[in-house]
Design a protein around this ligand. Structure first.
Ligand SMILES: [Zn+2]
Length: 311
């Protein structure tokens, strides 16, 4: 089948220079936190935005060395705000403390919330990664422009990875948070996140006039929109694979994972199950599948032939 999307190629060749203030664009400095892991790649990228006055984006995890690196990079400049792309703890854990120490307000897209309500008996697999109690001094709104000293940032609501995710456009650059990252595809796990929201948010950033993306993990993406289109194509292929597996008789997420990843270990398939569940819910929202929640978990059935649309 013809694929209108460019191929998806990850880039993992990145030296984060952890703890060092690295200029990455006009008025933008990156400082990577020392929290490298399988989920955070080389660690969370914090950004210092502005020249004479600054804002700090995503202060990252609780870490004395990272706090010292950020304070060193800020120097004596006034800090207008501490801003977050979203409230997963690898981005937000140090935010309240740093804002207090700097005498700066805390701005983000509203308190952490789920993308849909929990069903009875369901648990949020990301529950412990979320900063539930953090409250913003100001809730940033989609489309508004915020001025941090000499830099103006346009706020773009980009839900999907989680409900309150924001990306920020600074001229032709996009601080893309966890929404678009060059090293890997973004984790979309229900009900913290939503595949439908995620795909809509990919379309949204593809349409922006921003070319260079600065993600919250890993290095810059030079052709951001081209890469985001490749991610879009990858998700569409996954939608088609999931639908195909269900049409040929797979009735559970485990059975779908076994068809899509037949050679993978049980552990890899279990991780993939989170993403497949998000695809299944998305396909059900398009009325391509039906989901029955019974005593023995979720049973998935195909609906009569219709192919997934552009999404
Ligand atoms: Zn996150």
């Amino acid at each position: 089948m013809a694929q209108p999307f460019p191929p998806l190629v990850f880039s993992r060749d990145f030296d984060p220079q952890t703890g060092v203030a690295v200029p990455v664009g006009r008025g933008i400095v990156r400082v990577t936190a020392p929290n490298a892991s399988a989920y955070t790649f080389t660690g969370t990228n914090s950004f210092i935005l502005g020249e004479e006055r600054v804002a700090v984006l995503d202060p990252g995890p609780e870490s004395e060395s990272h706090r010292a690196a950020l304070l060193g990079a800020i120097g004596r400049r006034k800090v207008d705000a501490v801003v977050l792309t979203h409230t997963h703890r690898d981005h937000s854990a140090m935010a309240a403390r740093l804002a207090r120490e700097l005498g700066a307000p805390l701005w983000f897209g509203g308190q952490h919330r789920l993308s849909r309500p929990l069903r009875r008996g369901e648990r949020n697999p990301l529950k412990r990664s979320c900063d539930w109690s953090l409250v913003p001094d100001r809730v940033l709104q989609d489309g508004e422009t915020i001025l941090t000293g000499d830099l103006s940032l346009v706020v773009h609501a980009t839900p999907g990875h989680c409900r309150n995710h924001l990306a920020f456009a600074a001229g032709d650059m996009l601080l893309s948070g966890d929404h678009v990252m060059g090293w890997n595809s973004t984790l979309v796990a229900v009900p913290d996140g939503s595949m439908g929201d995620y795909l809509d948010s990919l379309d949204k950033v593809i349409a922006l006039p921003c070319r260079r993306y600065l993600p919250a993990h890993g290095g810059p993406i030079e052709d951001g929109p081209g890469y985001a289109r490749a991610l879009r194509g990858h998700r569409q292929m996954r939608n088609e694979q999931v639908l195909e597996a269900v049409r040929s008789g797979a009735e559970t997420v485990g059975a779908i994972a076994a068809r899509i990843y037949p050679k993978q270990s049980f552990a890899v398939r279990r991780a993939a199950a989170m993403t497949i569940t998000a695809h299944v819910e998305y396909l059900a929202s398009l009325h391509l599948l039906t989901i029955h929640h019974g005593l023995f978990g979720m049973r998935i059935r195909a609906r009569p032939e219709r192919s997934p649309r552009g999404k």
